[in-house]
Design a protein around this ligand. Structure first.
Ligand code: NAD
Length: 293
């Protein structure tokens, strides 16, 4: 029996490779052949269908774009919930809305299957380095079953609470990330217009009170931060479409509990309008183009 990994895109591919490199038997599936290239490059096992994967796995891990994708993969006829063996553990690492995460986990539990929502933070570099943070929603027992696999792909594993809580924590985190990338973009655009050298500005803010993770790791100005997408014409990493989706999910979550998130709402608007003008596949740090235009 193996680990079935569904969704080997920007994040899923390095996560699956870390499991393979740690000696786990991993069967991968993605609807896109291109997404499977890095798995094929190490002679990883590829399933020809989702059903084939589900039938050979004792644990299924998913890393998919949206809540709709997650629901289809788990709930469709021939999908994961219907096809896996009894007692299979289900781990969804995608970032989706709290409600869909709870619905899928509930449907899994009706079949007697344990499931956790375990979205991640750390980006593609964290996925490659195996240093992701996992925010886990579900029972303690399901978390403990998941822990050895999560520890192979990440460094920090935090139990956020009941089913859906991992997604709630992730949406709060990404709302902060979206806002801070916009703040970074505004500050560096303003700095340049005021005649500051961006390298000098980066050095100053790095040790000053405005410093943040988005600036330190994903600076939208090329030639300063190693591995930043700005060094490679904003090839995603974390795509604009994904950030826009997460900010809209945070907005919906805020409305559902009557929380006031004015900057989160503004960030959702800015990313959504940037997404709609053909920039959906660029890295989220490319929002500086929208700010400086
Ligand atoms: P991606 O688009 O690169 O990868 C998703 C993969 O899922 C694609 O290869 C796609 O073909 C596959 N897929 C979609 N539907 C499928 C289906 N029905 N059957 C099989 N395969 C299917 O996206 P990503 O950047 O890897 O992000 C995945 C998730 O992780 C998203 O929810 C995102 O918000 C979250 N996330 C991404 C990052 C990041 O930096 N990229 C960081 C943290 C969290």
């Amino acid at each position: 029996m193996a680990i079935g990994f569904i969704g080997t895109g920007n994040m899923g591919s390095p996560m699956a490779l870390n499991l393979i490199n740690a000696g786990y038997s991993v069967v991968s599936f993605d609807r896109s052949d291109k997404a499977l290239e890095s798995i094929k490059a190490v002679n990883g096992v590829i399933a020809s269908s989702l059903q084939e994967l589900a039938m050979t796995a004792e644990t299924v891990i998913t890393m998919l774009p949206t809540g709709d994708d997650v629901r289809k993969v788990y709930e469709n006829e021939g999908g994961v919930i219907e096809s896996v063996a009894d007692n299979t553990l289900l781990i969804d690492c995608s970032t989706i809305d709290v409600e869909n995460a709870q619905i899928v986990a509930k449907k899994a539990s009706v079949r007697g299957l344990q499931m956790v929502d375990a979205p991640v933070s750390g980006g593609v570099t964290g996925a490659e380095a195996g240093t992701l943070t996992f925010m886990v929603g579900g029972s303690s027992e399901a978390l403990e079953r998941s822990r050895p696999l999560l520890a192979t792909m990440g460094q920090n594993i935090v139990h956020a609470g009941k089913s859906g809580s991992g997604q709630a924590a992730k949406l709060c985190n990404n709302m902060m990330l979206g806002i801070s990338m916009i703040a970074t973009s505004e500050a560096f655009t303003l700095g340049q217009k005021l005649g500051l050298d961006p390298k000098t500005l980066f050095k100053i803010i790095s040790t000053a009170s405005g410093s943040c993770w988005a600036m330190q790791n994903h600076l939208p100005i090329p030639g300063i931060v190693e591995n930043a997408a700005s060094n490679a014409d904003f090839k995603a990493g974390f795509a604009v479409a994904m950030m826009a989706k997460d900010l809209r999910l945070a907005e919906l979550a805020a409305r559902s509990v009557d929380a006031s998130t004015p900057l989160g709402d503004k960030a959702a608007d800015l990313y959504t309008s940037f997404e709609k003008t053909g920039n959906q596949n660029l890295d989220y740090s490319a929002i500086i183009k929208h700010i400086s235009s």
